[in-house]
Ligand binder design. Structure first.
Ligand code: 5AD
Length: 355
């Protein structure tokens, strides 16, 4: 490893901050040795805060109906071949019931931007989950909504919100999204979520079309300044029924490299080893954890709808990706020295508003 690269890694470790050009250098000059060094530093930074705990979240995909037309996404509005579904409150509550019995203490309600889920309907669902499982956290991942809507859902008991920014480069954002989607609005949503009091998660795609080391450096700089509680990153994987069908997928090594950098930028951040990482590489989740991630989100959706929530080709939803396989997942994590815990697993970022 050259001296400049090593110097940057040391600087990152000590100051938690690099310039955009320095991040760019770290990305373009990466080597196996640099990756190993970063991973080792990331793992010890995480161990100081979270020990060897890996948090699990039960992911419930409540609807694949979406008004947006993101060019990379398999459930985009104009994909006529996507078979649409929506879960009702009863189905969502039974997923939680099953998840609770399996040891999940966080439920993530994720879905497309489906107009059916008004504030009133969602607030009812959130209240019922919280009534039945007061010791559990509810995370929402339902896209862009109005500040008042975020406030109502928070008041109903939602604890966390995930909204990936997808890319922090405005012009890159517009190459991944149709003209009616706005970079400014997305960033405003993230700020609004934070102000409302949610533990807030942003995140970006790795290897999305037109991405460069420069756009990735902007993502890292954004995370450095925004200081999210969670940050979800995963490789882009093409979906056949989207305009990006012929674009190459992102790669596991770069994703892991970025996970290590993110851990060093903001040590208490919750970082999932995502389903996309597990889909691209059979050992993806373990590699993610060994690079500095500390969260896994097995699928708790009713098996009958799982295949329909196809964001990208061959998305894993059975096997170890399913919540029912939690024990097997626990064994695999144990084999690399980690322990899956039955806890809410809140972020230790110090941002959380007291209710
Ligand atoms: N490949 C990888 N991730 C994708 N997502 C959407 N489409 C794809 C794809 N083709 C991610 C987006 C979104 C999250 C729910 O899934 O980043 O925020």
């Amino acid at each position: 490893m050259n001296g400049t690269l090593y110097g940057l890694i040391r600087k990152l470790e000590q100051t938690r901050s690099l310039t955009r050009t320095e991040y760019e250098y770290l990305i373009t000059h990466r080597s196996q040795e640099a990756a190993d060094t970063l991973a080792q530093k990331a793992v010890s930074a995480r161990r100081r805060i979270y020990g060897n705990a890996v948090y699990v979240r039960g992911l419930i995909e409540i609807s694949n109906i979406c008004k947006n037309d993101c060019l990379y996404c398999g459930i985009r509005r104009s994909n006529r071949r996507c078979e649409r579904y929506r879960l009702d409150a009863g189905q969502i509550l039974s997923c939680c019931m099953e998840g609770y019995a399996l040891g999940f203490r966080t439920f993530v309600l994720q879905g497309g931007e489906d107009g059916f889920f008004t504030d009133e309907i969602l607030c009812g669902i959130i209240r019922s989950i919280k009534e039945r499982h007061p010791d559990c956290a509810v995370t929402l991942s339902l896209g862009e909504r109005k500040p008042l809507s975020y406030q109502r859902l928070f008041d109903a008991g939602a604890d966390r919100y995930l909204l990936r920014h997808e890319t922090a480069d405005r012009s890159h954002y517009h190459r991944l999204h149709p003209p009616d989607m706005s970079f400014t609005r997305r960033m405003e949503c993230l700020r609004s979520l934070r102000e409302t009091g949610y533990q807030t998660g942003c995140g970006f795609l790795v290897g999305s079309p037109y991405q460069t080391a420069e756009t990735l450096a902007m993502d890292l700089k954004f995370v450095e300044t925004f200081r999210p509680d969670m940050c979800g990153i995963g490789p882009f994987i093409p979906h056949n029924d989207t305009p990006f069908r012929d674009m190459p997928a992102g790669d596991t090594e770069l994703t892991c490299y970025l996970l290590s950098i993110l851990r060093l930028i903001h040590p208490p951040v919750l970082l999932p080893a995502t389903t996309a990482l597990g889909t691209l590489d059979p050992d993806g989740r373990e590699k993610g954890i060994l690079a500095g991630a500390n969260v896994v989100m097995p699928n708790l959706s009713p098996p009958s709808v799982r295949k329909k929530y196809e964001l990208y080709n061959n998305k894993l939803c059975t096997g170890d990706e399913s919540a029912q396989a939690k024990e097997h997942l626990a064994q695999r994590m144990k084999s690399i020295g980690y322990e899956i815990v039955t806890e809410r697993g809140d972020a230790k970022t110090g941002n959380n508003k007291i209710r």
